[in-house]
Design a protein around this ligand. Sequence first.
Ligand code: FAD
Ligand code: FES
Length: 286
Amino acid sequence: MESYMLRWGEMPFKIISKKKLAEKIKMIEIEAPLVARSAMPGQFVIIRVDQRGERIPLTIVDWNPSRGTITLVFREIGLTTMKLGRRRVGEEILDVVGPLGNPSQVLNYDRVCMIGEGVRISSLYPRLKYLKKCGSHTVVIAYAKSGDEIIMEDEISRLSDEYYVVTSDGTRGFKGTAAITLHNLLKESKMKVEVVLAVGSPLMLRSIAAVTKRYQIRTIADLSPIMLDGLGMCGCCRVIVGNEVKFACIDGPEFDAHLVDYDNLISRMKMYRSEEQLSLKIHMGG
Ligand SMILES: Cc1cc2nc3c(=O)[nH]c(=O)nc-3n(C[C@H](O)[C@H](O)[C@H](O)COP(=O)(O)OP(=O)(O)OC[C@H]3O[C@@H](n4cnc5c(N)ncnc54)[C@H](O)[C@@H]3O)c2cc1C
Ligand code: FES
């Protein structure tokens, strides 16, 4: 696999287009030709909006080597994603480093179920595009708290052989959780798959893993721990998988969902919550 590390400030990463997908969820297309040339489904970039900004990881949702662009989809949740959301078309962001992480493990399977939660539904898109080209059978469960958070519906449903929407408030599709829906589909033998991939909160990943363990289906969790350098050096993204310490940026971000220590992941993700809230207050008055 070819991988590029861009030197800081090597080229401007100009925003080419921008679209609001839902409340606080935006899609941007950025000039990043070297990343666009070598990205694979499941990989991510680490971006920095400006000199004083933090580095944050975002999944590469789409890429176009001939235009030299990549597409990112993000929820404005804290300081960096809010700053990114305020950047206009034609403006630049400081750094885009990638592609980082390993390509998705689902790419070689013939019958795949993928589950995405909220903004991370977008992460399923590049995997689906790839699987569709290979002729695989794809089942998607798009889960969000409310119907208006089900994003990229046209693009994703078009590539899915089976497409289910689930919302916790029942405003769209099945009412309930992604895990209950998965359980019902498996119980009714409606769904025959070799592998399940899930991306979203650790709580959702844990409940999906509990369901598939019962049915003995190989399950992959796409983890989102806090990351800093993305290079396996800072140790920020440490996760425990099958009692072994792994670094999600270089060993993942996908791992065997039945072996992940979710309690450890949840507590590490909350580690900087008070600093994050303070930083938001200072810079955005939020
Ligand atoms: C491999 C990977 C891919 C991701 N892809 C996407 C994506 O495509 N779209 C999307 O909206 N989000 C994605 N995330 C999550 C995204 O990185 C965080 O939402 C973002 O870092 C929040 O930063 P903030 O400054 O806006 O918010 P903050 O207020 O700093 O943080 C809010 C919460 O986001 C998480 N977070 C904060 N900093 C980081 C960090 N450096 N690395 C990881 N998580 C962090 C923490 O759980 C924190 O409590 C991904 C995370 C990982 C690890
Ligand atoms: S982000 Fe630093 S080791 Fe993974």
